[in-house]
Every structure is written in C-alpha cells, then in structure tokens.
Design a protein around this ligand. Structure first.
Ligand code: ADP
Length: 438
C-alpha cells in the first residue's frame, strides 16, 4: 500500500475496531474506545512535541524517527534537510571559487551594498586603493576614496562609461573605475590600472604637439619671405606672382593646421576642467559676428544675432571663442552666397544654448555622428578649397567637454544645418549687462 494516508486509515480502523471488540468482550465498549482515542491522541501529541523540540534545536541533528504518518512526515523533513545541505555546500563552493578567482585578479574588485558600503574586496584593492580588511569593511567607499569626481560619479548613478581618474595614492598612476550593479542590492566596483594606456596617449599627443611646435618657426620664416617676395614689384617677381600666391595660400593652410593641432593637444593635455572665469557671451558673439561678416565679404551672407545679454558663462573665454568661431565660420564657408545665418544665445529651461543656423549645403545623416572626428570631412575637396583643416569640430567637442556642455547637430542636405551647444545650469551666470563695465 503506497499511500501513507490509506495505511494510517487502516491502522485507525484496526486500533479502534480492536478496542471496540475487546470492550465488547469485557462489556465496556465505550470505555475501551475512549482509551484507544486517548492513546491515539497522545501518540500524535508526543510526535508533535518531538518535531517541535527538533525544530528548536534546529537542523544540526537529523529529525526523529517514528512509525505511521509521522514516520512519513519525518522522512520528508530529512530529505528536504539533505537537499538543503547539498545546495548550501554547492553555493559555498561556488562563492569561494568566485572569491578565489576575483582575489587573484589583477584588477581591484570591491563588492558594495546598494548604499555604497564595502562588503568585500580582493588583494589588488589593498594595493591600488590602500584598503585594509579590518577597518574598511563596512565603511562607505567614498569616505575612503576622497575625490569629488569619484563622489559625483557614484551619486550620478550612470555607470555606462567608466570614470578615468588619477590614483588616490599615487599621482603618477591612472585608474579606470567601472561600476557594475548586480542582483537587487549590490554593485561591483572594478578598478583597472590604465597608466600605460594614458602614457601612450600622452606620448602620442606630445609627439603631435612637438612636431607642430617645431613646424611653426620654419613656417613663419617661409611665409615671411613669401610676403616680401609678393610685395616686390619687380618684373622678375611679377613673373612668379601666380606661383607666389599659391605658395602663400598653402603656407597659410599649413599654419592653420599647425595652430589647430597645437590647440587640440593643449585641450587634451590640460586639466579635464577648463578655467571658470565669467564670460560675457553676448559681447563675444557680437565681435565674432563682425569677423564672420568680414569673412563672408563679397559673398554677402545675411548674418543676424539674437542674444540674451544678461546670460553669462563660466569658462575659458579663449576656448569658447575658438569653439563658437569654428561653428560660425563653418556656417559661412558651407553656405552659398546670399545665404542666411542666425546666431542665437538663449536660455532653454535650466540650460543655455548657443546655436548657429544656416540655410547652406547641409549634411547627409550618415555623416553627422562622425563630424567631430579629427580630419573627418564630408567633402575633402570643398573643405580644402576654403582652407579647412578638418579639425574644427574636434576642437569644438573638446572645448564643450571641458565646459560641461554637449553638441547637437540637425541637418538636411540642401536645406541647411543647426549646430547647437547646450550648457549645463552650473556653468551659467545671470548678470545685468548694463551695470557691468568690463
Ligand atoms: P573643416 O575644416 O573641414 O571645416 P570641421 O571639423 O570644422 O572641418 O568640419 C568637419 C566637416 O563638417 C566639414 O568638412 C564639413 O563637411 C562639415 N560641416 C561643418 N559645418 C558645416 C555646415 N555648417 N554646413 C555643412 N557642412 C558642415
């Protein structure tokens, strides 16, 4: 009989039937039945008590044994206890293997709780960040890595990109901090030493800066001689005038290229954040628009300026001038004669926007996301024709990165383009332009 309840039923029938029969023989059927009932109830109570006592002592011991339905209950508990033990053992093995492998990893690995308290870290974390097992477990990570950029990174909660930062212990080393949230309440903080990559990047950009710097002097000499020769009115010189003119054009292009390369490497090598001086954007734009009109010359572009005079920026005037002029002069270069160009500087909610709109040649969508790459041009011939270096928008992007701003481009071929720089609220200042005398 496989069903335990059926077996139990038969036991009951046998017990109570037997009791009634003996009671009938003795002439006390009710008394015997009550006695059997009390015995049966006592047996249940006794087993219930054993179960409760086992549960209180908990799990270390195996559950008691019994006959009947209680035997079945204890057997189930025993099976469940065994599989639970095996599962725990397996989990513990997995966990210790995970800890062993992360402990052996060359990257610092730290397990953080949801609120950024340290739960565990490997040996590399001790080396990289100077963490100490006894004191630091249970501490908040940003109390131990004290750096405003790190705290901001943690608080922002956007971990799609790693944070690259100088080591908190050694200024010569660079680390990339990556946070990977896992489970519901944990984060894995992985810290990689990227000093070598940074060194290589630095070497590359130093090389470009040095070459550009070395080219400056010979270029100045050559263009000086060319200028003198062009000014010379002799017959011999007139013979060469077309040639001289071309040579002057090319030396000017090279000079611009060298200046742009130097500007880019300066932006790359300097501190991540630019200076934070007050910049009167409106006044700056007025002078840039004048320059753009001169550049437009006979092409007769109609250039207008709509600007909020009281809205100022915190930043480097030199860098912002470079970024804004690149966008404005591009609009002049890539807009046919008599085209319209509108320059705007305005508040947009909490942010502020600098915008250049033109009704020029526009850009096909597939090029738009690559425009800020160095030397990326939609039409290289056209860019060179007007002396473009292909570095203008790369400079714009770098300057904006250093000013907590970002570039948006909307464009349609044949209809025109809008280049928009959006600045975060913390970069803005409200000043009454009429009372400022700068
Ligand atoms: P360049 O020196 O060639 O102008 P930039 O980096 O300033 O280099 O610009 C990259 C490319 O973006 C340009 O070659 C041009 O094809 C395109 N471009 C930039 N501004 C505009 C614009 N206002 N209208 C159309 N195309 C533009």
């Amino acid at each position: 009989m496989s069903n335990p309840w059926l077996r139990e039923l038969w036991r009951m029938v046998a017990l109570f039937g037997g009791a009634l029969f003996v009671g009938w023989l003795l002439g006390v059927p009710h008394g015997m039945f009550t006695l059997a009932l009390a015995g049966y109830l006592g047996w249940h109570l006794y087993n219930l008590h054993r179960l409760e006592r086992w549960y209180r002592r908990r799990k270390k011991t195996e559950p008691p044994t019994a006959s009947g339905i209680w035997g079945e209950v204890f057997e189930h508990i025993y099976q469940w206890q065994r599989s639970d033990r095996q599962r725990k053992k397996k989990l513990a093995t997995i966990l210790s293997r995970f800890k062993e492998s992360t402990a052996a990893m060359p990257d610092a690995t730290i397990i953080l709780t949801e609120d950024d308290y340290i739960e565990w870290f490997n040996k590399a974390a001790k080396r990289y960040l100077g963490l100490q097992s006894k004191q630091d477990i249970g501490q908040r990570i940003d109390n131990l890595i004290r750096h405003s950029r790190f705290s901001e990174f943690l608080a922002r909660g956007d971990f799609s990109e790693p944070l690259e930062m100088v080591s908190p212990l050694d200024e010569q080393r660079y680390f990339a901090f990556r946070v990977v949230p896992y489970g519901k309440q944990h984060k894995l903080l992985v810290v990689r030493d990227i000093s070598r990559i940074k060194r290589l990047e630095r070497m590359r950009s130093d090389f470009v800066a040095n070459v550009s710097h070395e080219l400056r002097t010979p270029l100045t000499v050559v263009s000086g001689y060319l200028e003198n020769m062009a000014a010379d009115d002799s017959e011999q010189s007139n013979q060469w005038s077309k040639c001289l003119h071309q040579m002057q054009g090319q030396t000017q292009r090279m000079t611009r290229l060298v200046e742009d390369l130097l500007m880019l490497s300066r932006l790359e090598n300097e501190d991540k954040t630019a200076v934070r001086d007050p910049v009167a954007v409106s006044a700056l734009l007025t002078s840039l628009v004048d320059d753009a009109r001169v550049l437009s010359g006979e092409n007769q572009h109609r250039i207008s300026l709509e600007s909020d005079d009281n809205l100022w920026l915190r930043g480097s005037e030199k860098e912002l001038t470079s970024a804004f002029s690149n966008l404005l002069f591009n609009a002049v270069q890539y807009t046919p004669d008599n085209g319209h160009i509108i320059v705007r500087w305005y508040r947009d909610g909490d942010n502020a926007c600098f915008e250049v709109q033109d009704d020029g040649i526009g850009i096909a969508i597939q090029h738009v996301h690559r425009l800020t790459e160095r030397f990326y041009r939609v039409d290289a011939g056209r860019s060179r024709e007007h002396g473009g270096t292909g570095l203008g928008l790369a400079i714009v992007k770098h300057v904006l990165d250093r000013h907590e701003a970002w570039l948006g481009i909307e464009s349609q071929p044949g209809k025109g383009s809008v280049f928009r720089c959006t600045f975060a609220p913390k970069m803005l200042m409200q000043r009454d332009a009429s009372t400022e005398n700068r």
